[in-house]
Design a protein around this ligand. Structure first.
Ligand code: FMN
Length: 202
């Protein structure tokens, strides 16, 4: 079956894109508005795109009113944000923070999560998350209805004892969630990961 994208409605394209490009990590982004209100929401159009310089990309849409989502607005206005990785333990809370709350509402309070200070940015980190990545706005590129946000990684906080001697974080110990299509998710655990060494040069 071959699907011609040009023949589809945006909602059909969205469903196809998010169910074929899988699994996607979730950037659970905390920001603070210029009025000082905390904001937290998940985004899975998310990827690490460069290590030199260290950059991430996340694509954020608009509300039903066509206004920029609060996360996009806060990053644009303050230039700072934190990406918190989502684990099995906090997945229900992550889902609460995806609700379209008004910008005056603090999602940390709505989801009963604990904001803790970051080192170099004003946006708080999520205490319940084992990995927090402090970022500064690098560039925002408006593409159609979306804001493609490039963020420079400034600090990475990882919970103690999961960085191994080779410099990798022991991913299986974190039980990080990935997003699939619709309301489906996957879980990274020891039982469903494997090692594949690169073959020797032929
Ligand atoms: C797992 C998950 C992934 C999501 N990914 C995105 C995304 O990549 N881009 C986007 O605009 N919205 C995404 N959403 C929806 C936003 O989280 C939602 O619109 C939220 O209310 C935005 O909050 P804000 O206005 O406080 O920024 C996702 C929701 C969930 C549950």
């Amino acid at each position: 079956m071959e699907i011609d994208i040009k023949s589809l409605e945006p909602s059909q394209i969205y469903k196809l894109m998010i169910s074929v490009i899988v699994p996607r990590p979730i950037a659970w982004i905390s920001t603070v508005s210029k009025e000082g209100i905390y904001n937290l929401a998940p985004f899975s159009y998310f990827a690490g795109v460069s290590s030199e310089p260290p950059l991430i990309a996340v694509s954020i849409g608009r509300k039903e009113t066509k206004a920029k989502k609060d996360t996009w607005k806060n990053i644009e206005e303050t230039g700072e944000f934190v990406i918190n990785m989502v684990t099995k333990e906090v997945v229900e809370k992550m889902n609460i923070t995806a609700l379209p709350f008004d910008e005056e509402i603090d999602e940390f309070k709505e989801a009963n999560l604990t904001p803790v200070p970051s080192s170099v940015v004003k946006a708080p980190r999520v205490k319940e998350s084992p990995v927090n990545i402090e970022c500064r706005k690098f560039e925002i590129i408006e593409i159609g209805k979306m804001g493609l946000i490039l963020g420079e990684v400034l600090k990475i906080h990882v919970k103690d004892d999961i960085l191994n001697e080779k410099g990798y974080v022991d991913t299986e110990k974190l039980e990080i969630i990935g997003r699939l299509g619709g309301a489906n998710y996957c879980l990274v655990t020891k039982n469903n990961t494997f090692t594949l060494k690169r073959p020797d040069k032929r």
